[in-house]
Design a protein around this ligand. Structure first.
Ligand code: FEO
Length: 164
């Protein structure tokens, strides 16, 4: 049985992951409206992954006899000043999520909740990947500067996400 404290914290994290999904979907729509279809695809896949993250927490709470109580999801922004600024916002957002995951890992240790600690290990590793991927894309934007050709090449490359 999960403790009330961990149940509450994981319900908060379900909300945060669903907000991430909503944020990346807003970014996908933004890119689609700018005809940057590859970046839109990248964001749309990212939005699906975030829903998957929410579902991992959802399953953990329910499997341990806890209750999932869904809360309101905040509205994400709709506009960004440039394509590069969107990915900078992704990196900043993922850093915040990493801090949330680490706080949950601290709570699991404090409560001696081994099951939650084990489940959270996957997220600790996932956040390393998430930040590294976003940082790499931010770097690529830095390299292309104002080049429209470079932007289109990066759009094409990011659009390959999910291809076998
Ligand atoms: Fe669910 Fe992007 O972390």
């Amino acid at each position: 049985m999960i403790s009330k404290k961990m149940e509450g914290a994981l319900n908060e994290q379900i909300n945060a992951e669903l907000y991430s999904s909503y944020l990346y979907l807003a970014m996908a729509a933004h890119f689609e409206s700018k005809s940057l279809d590859g970046m839109a695809r990248w964001m749309s896949i990212q939005a699906d992954e975030e829903r998957g993250h929410a579902m991992r927490f959802y399953k953990h709470v329910l499997d341990r006899g806890g209750r999932v109580v869904l809360k309101e999801i905040a509205a994400p922004p709709a506009d960004w000043k440039s394509p590069g600024a969107v990915f900078e916002a992704v990196l900043e957002h993922e850093k915040k999520v990493t801090a949330m995951i680490h706080k949950l890992a601290d709570l699991a240790a404090e409560l001696k909740d081994h099951a939650a600690a084990n489940m959270l290990r996957w997220f600790v590793d996932e956040q390393v990947e998430e930040e590294a991927t976003a940082a790499k894309i931010v770097d690529r934007f830095g390299m292309l500067g104002e080049s429209k050709g470079g932007l289109l090449m990066l759009d094409k490359e990011l659009g390959k996400r999910g291809e076998k």
